[in-house]
Design a binder for this molecule. Structure first.
Ligand code: GDP
Ligand code: MG
Length: 324
């Protein structure tokens, strides 16, 4: 899913926008007093509309946490202070109601009055109070703008289709495998918690769409080597992974001895006790076979059809389970 929260203006920007728009409003009247009154009423309406609709839009555009897929809940928890997010949205709601009330009361006051001087004073007072409420939530608006930038930059990962996650040490051929198995070019995204680029690919099994995700910075190292954020990210992946493809490089050209690779495979199996793991040996073009595994070459394509068949079978089964 993709987040598209629009820019959140600061208090000063909102105030400028609303009051500038209102300053251009002008109405006619039978006499001066009536003209001032009509114009003021229209100005109040304009301010009210500009501010209320904007604040309401902000409240609506931020995803309500409880309704998000668990994967995104956990990921957002890593990059944002979600309690603060809730508080800030609450503050917006508070300010919006206060401002609405002030403008309504002033509108009533102005409607009853026929003294231009008093009308003007009422309007100025209402503007000042409106600005003051907005200034009180400026920290919240600024926080929400930062949160918005982070949300919008999250990679677009689907949580509603079966997902195979590729694991294995760096340089074993994960990226190349994702790109070979994908229909079309994998999208490249950056997780907020690693600096590395991740490939996200898709492929079809009959009519079913499946997702293939690379995991550099996460499932390419043991639990001991992960920092707190990476651990949380791995925990989020548990909601996503229906299948793990663990890639070995028996040629050793990746720089990791096979013993270490086996230890990583054990480690990841322990981290994902409920997820099936397929073990695949890559680089068959330059290495001896691993007798107990499917041996493929992402480079030459050798046996990739067998791997695809294997994935297709498992994914059909996962679809059936999801449908039940
Ligand atoms: N000979 C050979 N090289 C491969 C194969 N698959 C990947 N490589 C090479 O291994 C290196 C690392 O591949 P990459 O996909 O970036 O690995 P990742 O770090 O696990 O994503 C690259 O130079 C690839 O060209 C393979 O099947 N055979
Ligand atoms: Mg890679």
């Amino acid at each position: 899913m993709e987040f598209r929260v629009t820019t959140v203006l600061s208090a000063d920007q909102l105030i400028d926008k609303a009051f500038l728009r209102a300053s251009k409003v002008s109405k006619s009247g039978k006499n001066h007093a009536e003209k001032v009154k009509n114009t003021t009423l229209a100005k109040l309406k304009s301010v009210s509309k500009a501010i209320e609709s904007t604040l309401k839009r902000y409240e609506k555009e931020f995803p309500s946490f409880e309704n998000l897929p668990p994967f995104y809940q956990e990921v957002i928890d890593i990059i944002l202070d979600t309690d603060r997010l809730k508080k800030s949205l609450g503050a917006l709601n508070w300010a919006r109601r206060r401002i609405k009330r002030v403008l309504m009361e002033t509108t009533r006051e102005v409607s009853k009055s026929s003294e231009p001087g008093k009308i003007d004073t009422s309007r100025k007072k209402a503007y000042a109070r409106t600005a003051s409420f907005l200034k009180q939530i400026n920290d919240d608006l600024v926080f929400l703008q930062e949160a918005r930038t982070k949300l919008n930059s999250l990679p677009d990962i689907r949580t509603d289709i079966p997902t195979a996650v590729i694991a294995g040490y760096p340089n074993v051929g994960k990226s190349m495998l994702v790109s070979k198995l994908s229909t079309g070019k994998p999208k490249v995204a950056v997780y907020p918690f690693t600096t590395q680029e991740v490939g996200i690919g898709h492929f079809m099994v009959d009519v079913y769409k499946c997702q293939l995700i690379d995991t550099p910075g996460l499932l390419d190292r043991t639990e001991e080597e992960r920092n707190v954020i990476e651990m949380q990210a791995v925990s989020a992946l548990k909601h996503l992974a229906n299948l793990i493809v663990f890639l070995f490089d028996p040629s050793g050209t990746c720089g990791y001895p096979l013993e270490d690779q086996k230890a990583l495979a054990d480690d990841i199996r322990k981290s994902f006790p409920d997820v099936e793991m397929i073990e695949v040996a890559n680089k068959s073009d330059i290495s001896n076979e691993m007798s107990d595994k499917l041996n493929v070459s992402a480079l030459t394509g050798e046996n990739l059809d067998l791997l695809e068949d294997m994935l297709a079978k498992k994914i059909k089964f996962i679809y059936k389970e999801m449908a039940e």
